[in-house]
Structures are given as C-alpha cells and as structure tokens.
Ligand binder design. Sequence first.
Ligand code: ATP
Ligand code: MG
Length: 359
Amino acid sequence: RPAQPAVHRIAVIPGDGIGREVVPEGLRSVRRAAEIFGIELESEQFDFASVDYWQQHGTMLPDDWFEVLRGFDAIFFGAVGWPAVVPDHVSLWGSLIQFRRRFDQYVNLRPVRLLPGVPAPLADRAPGDIDFVVVRENTEGEYSSIGGRIFDGTDRETVVQETVMTRTGVDRIVDFAFQLAQRRGGHLTSATKSNGISITMPYWDERVAALAENYPDITVDKFHIDILAAHFVLHPDWFDVVVASNLFGDILSDLGPACTGTIGVAPSGNINPTGEFPSLFEPVHGSAPDIAGRGIANPIGQIWAGSLMLDHLGHPEAAAAIVAAVERVLDRGDLRTPDLGGTASCEELGTAIAEAIAK
Ligand code: ATP
Ligand code: MG
C-alpha cells in the first residue's frame, strides 16, 4: 500500500434520501475515531450525485467532477437515486458508475460479520464464527458487452456474450486478495467453476496458483461457485478472504451479508488499491425513499463504511475500534432502530456508537 499523507482529505457525498441522514452519523464515528487515534482528517461536502442537483442542472455531476474529486484520498458516499423523479439507470450511471470506472475502482469489498442481536438467517451462530470478506473483481469478467444476436425473430435466434479475463485484471484482484489475507487470518478461498466453464475459469485458477507462489504462508483453497454458495450458509466459519470474478463476486457479495444481517447494516468499499485515484466507501443500501425524512434509518451500514475507509487509509486500529463500538452498543440491546426491532432514531444510535468508540 502506498505511503499515506499526514492529513487525509475526504470528499463527502450524501446524495439522496436516507443518504443524507446516515452520512452525518457515519462522519460522527469517523471523526471520533480520528480524534482518539490522532488521525488528521479534512473533509469537504458536495451536493452533486443527487437528484436535487439533477433537477437544477440536468446532469448528476458537474463537468469538472473528475478533477475536483481526484485530489481526495477517499470518497465517503451515502446513497443515490429517487426513482419517482429520475430513473435509477440515469442517476446511477450518471454518478456512481462514473466514479467506479474513471477512478478504476477494480475491487469491490464486502465484509461479512455477524453482529450481536441483528436479525439474520444465521443469527443463531456465535458472533465470532462468521467473520470474512468477499473480494469481487469489478471491471471485467462476465460483465463484458461483447457479443450479439443473430437470426433475430426466427427460430434460429442465437445469442452470444463473451467473458473477458485479462492477466492484468485477474492478477490485480487476486493479488489484492492475497495481501488482504496476509493482514487477516492467512487464508484465501477462490471461487471457480472450472469444471463447467472450461476456458476462462481454468485461467482464473491458473493465475491464483501462480500468484500463490508469492505468498507461501497463505493457505489457499478453491470451491466451485455452486458448492461455495452452499458453504456460505452451512459453514460460514470456514472463510477468511474469498476472491471471485465479477459475476460470482456479485452473487457472493449479496449472499454473504444477507446471511448475517439486514440491509441497513452492510457496508461496501469500491477500491483502487494503487492510491492513484480515490476509493469510495458506502453502505450497501440505497436511498430508501419509503423511510427517508423520518430519521429512522439504520446508520450502521454507513458507520461500518467509515471503518472500511479508515482501514483503507492505513488505520486498522481506528477501523477496528469503530466495529467494536457498533458491537458494544448492539450488545447492550437498549438502542435499536425500527429495522432491528427497536424505536431508536438514526441520530440516537449513531451518537451512541460514536460515544462508545475507545482505544
Ligand atoms: P437499490 O439501492 O439497489 O436501488 P432499493 O432502492 O430497492 O435498491 P434500498 O433503498 O436499499 O433499496 O431499500 C430497500 C428496503 O430496505 C426499503 O424498504 C428500505 O426502507 C430498507 N432500508 C434500506 N436501507 C435501510 C436502512 N439503513 N435502515 C432501515 N431500512 C433500510
Ligand atoms: Mg434505490
């Protein structure tokens, strides 16, 4: 990881709906952790990447957004979208997808960790049992637009879509996953399907095996995606870092968090590990128009995204302290937002978590 500057500059983009409610709570915990751990942060807030901005300007982003944002060390993002006014494909493609592409955020990171007292399909497991990370390749693979259809409208109609894997693309995601495994439990699992997808997936396996030579201390295993999905549910304690292609990672990065929590608690990182461009940290959930404006959104997804951001900026202790505070407050059991079966407000839960952060 590249050397980090003394002062981290954070671009804050609340976006739409509950993004504006949870981002201040995420910042509250990030700032508190920064204070306790002696981390210098500067932040600047932007009103673009929102439907309000679109209504005023007819675009989601200003023309110079790339130059404006590229100087920041990270982007702390809420949620974008308000389908009653702008279709999601316009708001999403006009903002988040542009960031992801232009800043080459080729890693999508999704932690999977059972939090105390959060209703979830696997909630009866011991909390320490489930603690892993899904690393998804986010730029190539199965989601290429290469292909086409012929004999349209006839009974010979034929449709083809190609998977694209490049050595650069596969190596950089797998290498990121190995490095993460090195910082965590020393165990990497690769998602494959080389028994059915007979050209690209054997190549994926080949590159994982080649890179494994650089990491002799890491235990590496691989599973076909079908049985891997079953193991996520049946044996979540088997995993530490799981690396997957774009499509498989897409599926696993929804499955994992769904096993251990509700949508309001899950975070995500869109990362460019080179540090050449800023990485973006956001909750998994969207703008939730159905509950926006009522102050009842769960801030934990955003707060946990703040933890991922501090970790990425080179402060793992501060990052861990935020997650520990979330767990401490949830464990106490008296403060829960309505999605967790309580009556607390977004601000009450967010404030309690920030206050619970300790060295
Ligand atoms: P996308 O974000 O992919 O467009 P969406 O708009 O359908 O999907 P969300 O905005 O995440 O998804 O909302 C899905 C449901 O989850 C809604 O009923 C919403 O109220 C609820 N929800 C989402 N985030 C939270 C949260 N932080 N706290 C409480 N409930 C939430
Ligand atoms: Mg939405």
